[in-house]
Write a protein that binds this ligand. Structure first.
Ligand SMILES: CC(=O)SCCNC(=O)CCNC(=O)[C@H](O)C(C)(C)COP(=O)(O)OP(=O)(O)OC[C@H]1O[C@@H](n2cnc3c(N)ncnc32)[C@H](O)[C@@H]1OP(=O)(O)O
Length: 154
């Protein structure tokens, strides 16, 4: 059974900072994409590409020198897509008290050697928490596709 979860832990560095002295939103998005990719590639056993990111909110700033934890877990799988629930947390390394700064659902598609979507192992939600997350991930995928279609209808 492939692993359904990946956790990155590292310190926010001075090179991650924006003009206001806090970590760039773009840096956070990069970490979300990297952790999501590691989770998707590990689950599917294939190269994967990002197709959408849904529901990102920057709840709190991350400061230089804080520990950053990016947890990526498979929440739902379709035929070739994987919806991955990401939680970003940060905290003072001296106390290790972590608070959530972001969460979102990032969707990846597994690709075969010729660059076409390929089937992925199916994820079975077992616990109540997994089922809740799966329902949330399905909704976020639907919203990502529906809003895209809305733009094309204009
Ligand atoms: C790791 C990285 O950062 S990669 C760099 C950034 N990403 C990229 O460059 C990807 C560029 N995009 C693409 O190449 C294409 O859009 C693809 C291959 C991802 C998808 O192409 P599509 O023509 O939409 O593929 P297709 O219609 O076959 O759908 C494939 C899956 O994507 C899902 N999908 C399509 N749009 C979305 C969306 N907005 N959000 C979530 N899932 C979506 C479909 O539901 C389908 O899922 P399923 O197989 O589980 O049923």
């Amino acid at each position: 059974m492939p692993s359904s979860k990946v956790i990155f832990r590292f310190l926010a560095e001075p090179t991650d900072v924006n003009f206001g002295g806090k970590v760039h939103g773009g840096a956070v998005m990069k970490w979300i994409d990297q952790a999501g990719y590691a989770c998707a590639a590990g689950w599917s056993g294939h190269y994967c590409v990002t197709v959408s990111v849904a529901g990102v909110k920057f709840r709190r700033p991350i400061l230089v020198g804080q520990i950053v934890e990016v947890e990526a877990k498979i929440a739902h799988t379709g035929r070739s897509s994987m919806q991955i629930f990401i939680q970003v947390r940060c905290g003072d390394p001296k106390t290790q008290n972590m608070v959530e700064t972001n969460h979102c659902v990032i969707s990846f598609i597994a690709m075969d050697e010729t660059g076409y979507p390929i089937e992925v192992p199916s994820f079975k939600a077992v616990t109540d928490e997994d089922i809740k997350l799966e329902n949330y991930a399905i909704k976020m995928k639907e919203i990502a596709i529906e809003t895209e279609n809305l733009l094309h209808e204009v």
